[in-house]
Design a protein around this ligand. Structure first.
Ligand code: 13P
Ligand code: SF4
Length: 302
């Protein structure tokens, strides 16, 4: 009998579809995904695919970004409940208020934001290019939203730019404390800590390397240590264990799980592709303005 993977692959061929999967997804999704990686990589793949249908195994803002980049394609999100708690921390009214309190300052939005928010920001960034994007603005001050932790980390990297941050954060990464770092470092002396920049600044500053999900995985690929401590969502550790069975990986603390990222199963991917649900739509004017914000980022960050 045909298994679920074969059924998905058959549908992909019949419908000229691709599956993009974020590295926090349940790991079995990788077996049917055409591209797996971080937000920047997936945005780039969405922009260049010639498929007619994109199934986005990720969260809402990611599928929305793919739709903005390819308005002529059908973009599907298997589960509409897959939101991002951080992206939901700022809406258009809150953005306008933030901007009005800090007038005439360029606004940088993290890709983890809604299309409406992007449509009123100057440029977008992801966790893998945030310092580069802010530096490129050549400004003394910038507004950064929604992630205050990423904003603080960017400011520290650049030194001569004041980053005024909105009070948003990722509940999963924000939950990692200095005590967690000190405890695991004590248990694993000399083991490198690799952290996502959504962690609190005081946690990032104790890390040996800070980078996006793909950057963390690339760091492991390029270094020869036998063990690492990982401070990001569990999906990254699952993939590292799969890809480097000879090495050891410690998730910095238990339950670093983004429940929105974990909603998808292979069954959901199959249903999404088979029934062509749930189609993501973005209002035309919003999409046009948000596209400028995203394209500026893609131009700067080649
Ligand atoms: P990446 O930019 O590493 O894909 O991170 C996105 C994200 O949502 C992390 O929580
Ligand atoms: Fe959003 Fe955090 Fe989940 Fe990333 S891990 S999608 S920032 S809630």
């Amino acid at each position: 009998m045909e298994g679920i993977r074969e059924k998905i692959n058959k549908l992909k061929r019949e419908k000229n579809a691709v599956i993009l999967a974020h590295s926090y997804q349940n790991i079995e999704i990788d077996e049917v995904a055409d591209y797996v990686g971080d937000s920047l990589y997936l945005s780039r793949m969405a922009a260049k695919t010639d498929a007619d249908i994109i199934v986005f195994a990720g969260v809402y803002f990611m599928a929305q970004t793919a739709k903005i980049l390819c308005p002529q394609k059908k973009v599907l999100l298997p589960d509409l409940n897959a939101g991002c708690a951080m992206a939901d921390m700022i809406n258009l009214n809150q953005l306008r208020e933030f901007k009005s309190k800090n007038p005439d300052i360029k606004t940088v939005c993290y890709i983890n934001s809604t299309a409406e928010v992007k449509s009123e920001c100057d440029i977008c960034c992801t966790s893998s290019n945030a310092p580069e994007i802010v530096k490129n603005l050549q400004a003394d001050k910038v507004l950064f939203l929604p992630d205050k932790n990423l904003g603080r980390w960017v400011e520290k990297q650049l030194k001569n730019v004041q980053v005024i941050t909105y009070d948003g954060y990722c509940p999963i990464h924000h939950n990692i404390t200095v005590e967690d770092v000190l405890k695991i470092k004590k248990e694993n002396p000399g083991v490198k800590l690799l952290a996502h920049p959504e962690c609190k600044e005081e946690v990032s500053s104790l890390a040996d390397f800070v980078g996006s999900t793909t950057a963390i995985m690339d760091f492991v690929k390029e270094s020869c240590d036998n063990k690492y401590i990982i401070a990001t969502e569990k999906g990254v550790v699952d993939r590292l264990k799969r890809d480097y069975p000879e090495k050891e990986f410690e998730l910095i603390k238990e339950n670093l799980i983004c429940s929105s990222m974990k909603v998808n199963t292979l069954e959901d991917i199959y249903n999404s592709l088979n029934n062509e649900t749930h189609e993501i739509k973005v209002e035309e004017e919003t999409s046009r303005k948000a596209l400028k914000c995203i394209e500026r980022m893609l131009e700067v960050s080649k």
